[in-house]
Design a protein around this ligand. Sequence first.
Ligand SMILES: C[S@@+](CC[C@H](N)C(=O)[O-])C[C@H]1O[C@@H](n2cnc3c(N)ncnc32)[C@H](O)[C@@H]1O
Length: 316
Amino acid sequence: MIADLILNPLQPHVSEAQFEQLTQLMATHFRQHGNGPKWDNALANIPDLSDSRCDFSSDVIRVLADTGMDQLRASLESLMPWRKGPWHLLGIDIDTEWRSDWKWQRLAPHITSLTGRDVLDIGCGNGYHLFRMLGDGSKFALGVDPTRLFLYQFALVKKLMPSNNAHILPLRSEHLPAFACFDTVFSMGVLYHRRAPLDHINELISFLRPGGELVLETLVVPGNAQTILVPEDRYAKMANVWFLPSTLALELWLKKLGLRNVRTVDVCQTTTDEQQQTAWMQFQSLADYLDPENKDLTIEGYPAPRRAIMVANKPD
Ligand SMILES: C[S@@+](CC[C@H](N)C(=O)[O-])C[C@H]1O[C@@H](n2cnc3c(N)ncnc32)[C@H](O)[C@@H]1O
């Protein structure tokens, strides 16, 4: 069921050969998760709405309808934790762990206008930013993310909306063909999860058309062009963090891989207002990952999370 919900709407946007390739990739890499039946149920209880009204242009993704839906709250709660947002869905406010709108506010002034562009968001989570991309004018917003829960959250939200051009492929970016057609490619919060960060950047380049724009957002550390932190074990309690470069080291990587107009457009330390526990995400959050005596250090003694946004172009 979830696989059909994902693949079928994509068919008109890709060639026959690409659709066949994506169908095969889904068959190889997409496996049902242990919670699948519970999550399928959460979706099955929600009818498709085609007469709702959506607003993708402000910080909260809003879906409005003239009447509420009794079963919606229970379905949304079955899909907790909600990490990326905020959302307002038929009268229900979802206060997510992350203020994902803050990241969008930081990057939006620095990127080429998305009007009319085809965009790809690698590691898109539940798709919050895909809707912001549509809100800022993009004509086709494709997300890629292997985490099943996020896919279900996205599928549920889509059921509440008239059809639109945000889509998710539940795959890892390294499984994708080199599309070489997207006008803008985003990778936000993914690079530090990759053991081979330069290979990840090369993948991103392979998805761009010549001249297209890369928007890369990742964790960085203070330092010079040769500074790269490799955490011994966990970083801010995360087990899967491999390389944290300085912004200068990251700029060097991007230039070395042939990108042009490489620039760091924003750097900021994450606050416990931007990432926190909420009613919709009841697990630990940033406040639990920092040194209680010194908020500039993680609990392991590394520099506290600081995120940079880089923008660059693929050569023509
Ligand atoms: C920290 S979250 C960032 C989500 C969103 N991009 C944002 O900035 O708020 C990282 C996301 O990357 C996804 N991810 C991790 N490895 C990936 C890979 N190899 N390909 C695509 N997505 C990946 C995870 O499932 C997760 O949803």
